[in-house]
Design a protein around this ligand. Sequence first.
Ligand code: 13P
Length: 249
Amino acid sequence: MPRQLIAGNWKMNGLSVAGTRLAGALREAVATAPPPCDLLVCPPFTLVGRLAHVLLGSGVAVGGQDCHAEAAGAHTGDVSAPMLRDAGATAVILGHSERRAGHGETDGQVRAKAAAALAAGLAPIVCVGETLAEREAGRQEAVVAAQLAGSLPDGFAVAGAVAYEPVWAIGTGKTPTETEIAAMHAMIRRTLAARFGTAGESVRILYGGSVKPSNAKAILALPEVGGALVGGASLVAEDFLAIAAAARA
Ligand code: 13P
């Protein structure tokens, strides 16, 4: 199994001074005390190039939060996977529930974006997860299985990661129980192995949704949890580093 990955999703947060300071703090901290995991920060597009520069050689990778499915063209306001790669990113979050809900992204679009990311040499981190209503109806596994079937392109297992982020756990302070997380991750692993064979057995499956220093150790110790996708707590250097320190060695 690869090392666990602790990825920070800054969402639409970060102006240049504060963002550079946060990245600088991460750079200094990992130089003094290397964490037992891989680290990735995903700032807004405007900071990808700057952070790639600040973090060059630090071991902390930089990623985007979305990309277009095409490499170039008449798509005002969009950013392509080769552009992210060119700016120094090595990964990209795709299909986050905030994009699925706020921009109407479909599984098919996420799949096309993930294929574009792979073609550009970026590691796609594809997000899946059920709403509260879907969980209360007992449909969470069916929902996530359908998202996986629709959102993952062929060849995904070579470089991709999956992030299980229950929509109701994002930014709410609520998390599923350890049993619920373990059950979902086991289902995702079975699905990946069935589709991608042995390559699917080593794809990292991250958990995301209200991960913080106080719950990171327990979540990261669960079977089939290959890391965490962290929102709010990734904006505070000490919290993000504390989560990283809780990774399984
Ligand atoms: P929070 O950690 O703020 O709940 O956000 C999770 C998330 O959406 C990461 O992509």
